[in-house]
Design a protein around this ligand. Structure first.
Ligand code: CP
Length: 306
């Protein structure tokens, strides 16, 4: 086994990532398996979800196991019981835990005290399963991603951070095009730059979106106000020049694709024309959540080698 839990993209090394992407190709062709027959996977959700909840539920079912949905609001966790004790108790019942919550530390504490694999299904800091689906989608479109450039436009959030890490592991140069005030925390920027340097790729910030997208193979955006954040008119105003629209896409490479993790606020961070256009890969990304997460669970819970 290469990894025990999947909490952040850098839990994988380059070899793990390549193995996981290869396995994903196989799982995409395979909708039924008894690999996890008789097992149960807990799905803890403390935030809303469409794609993550459904793709994990369906994926667990397709692997032969039972998905057990648990609303975080209805659990004792953090109310009358610690995250640590929740991990110890759930480990006596289930064979794996998928969790979407707020603090990355809670996911790390859960994993540190669980005796079964834990998978991060989004925290305020990270969205690693999304990033796996994103780089798999780019591999489907381009084959070899080495040396290609991806530009993330908009707000520096969990999706941007995990994407930048995954991009480095598949040999891509990653540019964040963000206004002042929307940057990732400095410590995270430094860590991603170190990862990119170690992988021989580039990672940088370019404030000018038109300059950023020149030579890019993929333009990626996400909502400007993330889950749990308050509406901020000043922030939205500063983000308007970073909208993923046809004019911006025309300045990228002719084969460039448009990406969005969804849900999208059409007319804000992305236009209908781009999202529904021939260069959009957004619904492939959504579908690929299912396949990449099946490969991940087959490894972590089913013991399938990467
Ligand atoms: N992209 C994503 O995580 O979607 P959901 O919030 O619907 O799960």
């Amino acid at each position: 086994m290469s990894i025990r839990h999947f909490l952040r993209v850098p839990d994988l090394n380059k070899t793990d990532m390549e193995g996981l992407l290869s396995r994903t190709e196989e799982w995409k062709r395979r909708t039924r398996s008894d690999l996890l027959q008789g097992k149960t996977v807990a799905l803890i959700f403390g935030k809303p979800s469409t794609r993550t909840r459904v793709s994990f539920s369906v994926g667990v079912h397709q692997l032969g196991a039972m998905p057990l949905y648990l609303s975080e609001q209805e659990l004792q966790m953090r109310k009358s019981e610690s995250v640590e004790d929740t991990a110890r108790v759930l480990s006596r019942y289930v064979d794996g835990i998928v969790i979407r919550t707020f603090a990355q530390k809670d996911v790390e504490d859960l994993a540190a005290n669980a005796t079964v694999p834990v998978i991060n299904a989004l925290t305020d800091d990270d969205h690693p399963c999304q990033a796996l689906a994103d780089v798999f989608t780019l591999r489907e479109r381009f084959g070899d991603t080495s040396g290609r450039k991806i530009v993330y436009l908009g707000d520096g959030n969990n999706v941007a951070a995990s994407l930048a890490e995954a991009g480095a592991l598949v040999g891509m140069d990653v540019c964040l095009s963000l206004p002042e005030g929307c940057d990732l925390p400095l410590g995270r920027m430094t860590a991603i730059k170190a990862l990119a340097d170690a992988e021989g790729t580039r990672f940088w910030v370019e404030r000018d979106p038109e300059a950023a997208v020149s030579g890019a193979s993929a333009l990626y955006t996400d909502v400007w106000i993330s889950m749990g954040q308050h509406q901020d008119a000043g922030k939205v105003s500063s983000l308007r020049p970073y909208q993923l629209n046809a004019a911006l896409l025309a300045k990228a490479r002719p084969d460039a694709v448009a990406l969005h993790c969804l849900p999208a606020h059409r007319g804000e961070e992305i236009t209908d024309e781009v999202m529904d256009g021939p260069r959009s890969a957004v619904f492939d990304q959504a579908e690929n959540r299912l396949h990449v997460q099946k490969a991940l669970m087959a490894h972590l819970i089913g013991g399938e080698p990467l």
